[in-house]
Design a protein around this ligand. Structure first.
Ligand code: 7UC
Ligand code: FE
Length: 292
């Protein structure tokens, strides 16, 4: 039996993740770097088993804001709209904007692993843009402008007000955001440490600006143009760079968080929805430092 089959987008596998050994983990990491996204079908891991699987993939990092944490397993980030007056479960409508996870932190993750628990009937999917593909397709002129430049990222626009923030002055909350997650600088073009590919590392959700340089006359206009060319300003999600991955119950997804930006597809109408997520570091720096 082949371990992986070609899916519509990325690879799929029917292997039960409860049964894997360390050789399989090595093979899986290689496959993610090469094929970018892998979906395991018909998985039924418990939350504890899901965390154990994440730990086999690398160093699991828990989300910095604890309102997202699973009650028993703080490593699991819970996106959920299953709130009742009696019980609060995770945070609703997460990631409904183009981003890569933790781009606003000094060290973003290598892998994002999601395991939907309750899949809505109407909107069962996530949009992706491969920013290595986007970089490749840029004009030589744009590539030259951004070569060697850096960009500033912050969670400021997307930080979600917590229950404890009610009746707080907005300025105090903004000050706290700037203290706990000050803006970070990443290369505008990240070099993938394993594949060597160049990745346009900007997102509508988290990138606040491109730093001016000799080659960059108008940083704001340049950022706008790059967001546009990558497809992130297309509200219809029809842009050729945008791929939609449809999700079924039992799917467990892993993707390369260096190269993909993603955008959750949440219903406009209310449907119960809940997804578990783990985020994992590999043994490599986020961006190779010998970038040309
Ligand atoms: O609620 C959310 O959309 C979470 C977002 C601000 N951060 C997800 C991440 O991992 O960067
Ligand atoms: Fe995300």
């Amino acid at each position: 039996m082949e371990m992986f089959d070609r899916g519509d987008f990325g690879l799929t596998s029917r292997i039960n993740l409860r049964d894997i050994d360390s050789n399989f983990v090595i093979e899986l990491k290689r496959t993610i770097y090469k094929e970018k996204l892998v979906v395991f079908k018909q998985q039924n891991l418990t939350p504890a088993e899901f965390v154990a699987f994440g730990k086999k993939m690398g160093v699991v990092e828990k989300y910095y804001e604890d309102m997202y944490h699973h009650k028993e397993h703080e490593e699991i980030f819970v996106s959920s709209n299953r709130h009742t007056k009696q019980e609060v479960v995770g945070v609703p409508r997460t990631g409904k904007f183009w981003h890569s996870d933790y781009a606003f932190m000094p060290s973003p993750f290598a892998f994002t692993i999601t395991f939907p628990q309750v899949v809505p009937k109407l909107n069962r999917g996530t949009y992706f843009i491969d920013m290595a593909e986007v970089y490749e397709a840029l004009s030589d002129d744009l590539k030259q402008q951004i070569a060697g430049s850096s960009s500033i990222h912050s969670v400021r626009k997307r930080f979600k007000i917590r229950p404890k923030d009610i009746y707080q002055p907005i300025g105090a909350i903004l000050d706290e955001i700037d203290r706990s997650t000050p803006p970070v600088v990443h290369p505008t073009v990240v070099t993938h440490p394993i594949t060597g590919e160049k990745i346009l590392y900007i997102s509508e959700g988290f990138t606040m600006g491109i730093n001016p340089s000799e080659n960059i006359k108008n940083p704001n206009q340049l950022l706008h143009q790059l967001l546009q060319e990558s497809g992130q300003l297309d509200d219809t999600f029809q842009h050729p760079h945008i791929k939609l991955l449809n999700i079924e119950e039992g799917d467990l997804l892993l993707w390369d968080n260096r190269r993909f930006i993603h955008h959750a597809k949440h219903s406009g109408v209310f449907e119960p929805s809940e997804t578990y997520r783990l985020t994992v570091y590999d043994d490599h720096e986020f961006s190779a430092t010998n970038a040309a």
